[in-house]
Design a protein around this ligand. Structure first.
Ligand SMILES: Cc1cc2nc3c(=O)[nH]c(=O)nc-3n(C[C@H](O)[C@H](O)[C@H](O)COP(=O)(O)OP(=O)(O)OC[C@H]3O[C@@H](n4cnc5c(N)ncnc54)[C@H](O)[C@@H]3O)c2cc1C
Length: 451
């Protein structure tokens, strides 16, 4: 074999994984279908690490922002994506934005110049049967490979659309208005947070859904079928004024402790992560524009001050049910020679995809060196994201997720206003200690000089 690791997909995640392995002396075959006859509906060039939409890596503030913190941690690990981002940087205030062509060229030339990386322009149609592999084929994975992933993981574990319901930070929900109860007191009786609505509030809310400004499907998304279970809430509202009251806003079996009766309608939130810090609005996937979602959802009783960890959406997006299928090192439990990286794991965003790619590179390098790999601490941005993907997220309702402070172990004793700084300070201290102690990154590191 001419390589130690076969990486499939030369996007953000695959390029970063290749870099991390190569600079530790491991040989990588990087298969990228663009430039070899393959294409996706969103990519415009054959360049590696092409940014398909915005040119922003979002906030670069590592003192108050979770994605800024992720930048910081990736820089500490000599990320190629952050390095190329610096080369390509354009002014964008406290955000990090890049010239997309300069960025992609910088990533590609760093990998082309690395003797340990062989870039092969080819479409891979099936998961490799042997040898270490990293699948980083992204949200628009070629159909042939997606079919093979479905075969290996079970068709129900692979999604072609994300149907994202908004996710709310638990500590922003007004529990003097809402209450905890499962319908008919099933389960342990308190699995859901319920927001009650009277008739007037419900009718106004339905009207708000009908009137709200919506985003459109892209032409190539229209042809990809999505299941009825993913139907946007505003489409349900269009089917009749009562549809939601018989669907996700059904009040039956839920006794409002303030009245002792079922409300006219209810919005339910279900726990979204093991920490209990994030709660998703059940059945509220939506194509409403983000500003419209914030405005309308804050009219729901108890959510007037809701802080959203993420807003709803519906997009073409190929991803696997990672909490169910992958172990803590992103290996497919049923075929542990294969790791998944990037957006196909259910992380969301350029930076998150690259960060997960970076970690798979480190994990594979440690495995090749015979080292045990200690994951970054859960209190760090990388550790929190990894823990979420690999088991802390609820598998049943798993949907793609950006990095955010709701994934971090909570700091209930710190005042709300100071919490963001407290999260980043704790993260930096713990991440620094992990770096200093981490064998796979230091003693197994045979780093070459960077170009
Ligand atoms: C339309 C769209 C817009 C987006 N906009 C944004 C945005 O503005 N900001 C943001 O942060 N995130 C955005 N995302 C989400 C996501 O962060 C990016 O898609 C990101 O590029 C994911 O990185 P990745 O490495 O996982 O996948 P990609 O960057 O897509 O890389 C995957 C690579 O694998 C290749 N490939 C696929 N199948 C095969 C195969 N079988 N064999 C060989 N190669 C293959 C592809 O050609 C591609 O180069 C968007 C996603 C989509 C679909």
């Amino acid at each position: 074999m001419t390589h130690d690791v076969h990486i499939i997909g030369g996007g953000l995640a695959g390029s970063e994984a290749a870099w991390q392995l190569a600079r530790r002396g491991y040989r990588v075959r990087l298969s990228e279908m663009r430039g070899g006859g393959g294409a996706t509906p969103a990519h415009q060039t054959d360049g590696l690490a092409e940014l398909v939409c915005s040119n922003s890596f979002r906030s670069d503030d590592d003192e108050k922002n979770a994605v800024g913190l992720l930048h910081h941690e990736m820089r500490r690990l000599d990320s190629l994506v952050m390095r190329a981002g610096e080369v390509a940087r354009v002014p964008a205030g406290s955000a990090m934005a890049v010239d997309r062509d300069v960025f992609s060229n910088a990533v590609q030339s760093a990998l082309e110049q690395d003797p340990n990386v062989t870039i092969v322009r080819e479409t891979v149609d099936a998961l490799p049967e042997a040898g270490l592999a990293i699948v980083a084929t992204g949200p628009l994975t070629a159909a042939s490979l997606a079919q093979d992933v479905a075969r290996a993981t079970g068709a129900d574990s692979l999604a072609f659309f994300d149907a994202i319901a908004p996710i709310v930070h638990r500590d922003s929900i007004d529990m003097t208005v809402c209450w905890m109860q499962s319908r008919w007191n099933k389960g342990d009786g308190k699995d859901y947070i319920n927001c009650p609505m009277d008739k007037e509030q419900y009718l106004a809310f339905v009207q708000g859904l009908l009137d709200g400004e919506k985003g459109a499907f892209k032409e190539w998304e229209e042809n990809t079928p999505y299941f009825d279970g993913c139907m946007p809430i505003e489409v349900m509202a269009e089917r009749g004024v009562e549809t939601l009251r018989f669907g996700p806003m059904k009040p039956v079996g839920l006794d409002d402790p303030r009245t002792g009766r079922w409300p006219y309608a209810v919005v339910q939130l279900r726990q979204d992560n093991k920490l209990g810090t994030l709660w998703n609005m059940v059945g509220f996937q939506t194509k409403l524009k983000h500003a419209e979602q914030v405005r309308l959802f804050r009219t729901i009783p108890g959510l007037e001050k809701a802080e959203f960890a993420r807003l709803g959406g519906l997009h073409r997006n190929t991803f696997i049910n990672s909490p169910l299928l992958l172990d803590r090192q992103l290996r497919l439990k049923s075929a542990p020679h294969i790791r998944f990286a990037g957006q196909i794991t259910g992380c969301e965003g350029y930076v998150e995809s690259a960060a997960v790619g970076l970690m798979t590179g480190l994990m594979a390098a440690a495995e090749l060196a015979g080292c045990a790999w200690t994951p970054p601490p859960r209190t760090s941005a990388m550790g929190a994201l990894l823990a979420h993907i690999t088991g802390d997220a609820e598998a049943e309702s798993y949907q793609p997720m950006n990095v955010n402070f709701g994934l971090f172990p909570p700091l209930p004793d710190v005042k709300k206003k100071q919490r963001k700084e407290a999260y980043t300070q704790r993260a930096k201290a713990d991440f620094g200690a992990w770096l200093a102690a981490s064998a796979p990154i230091s003693s197994c590191d045979t780093a070459q000089a960077l170009p």
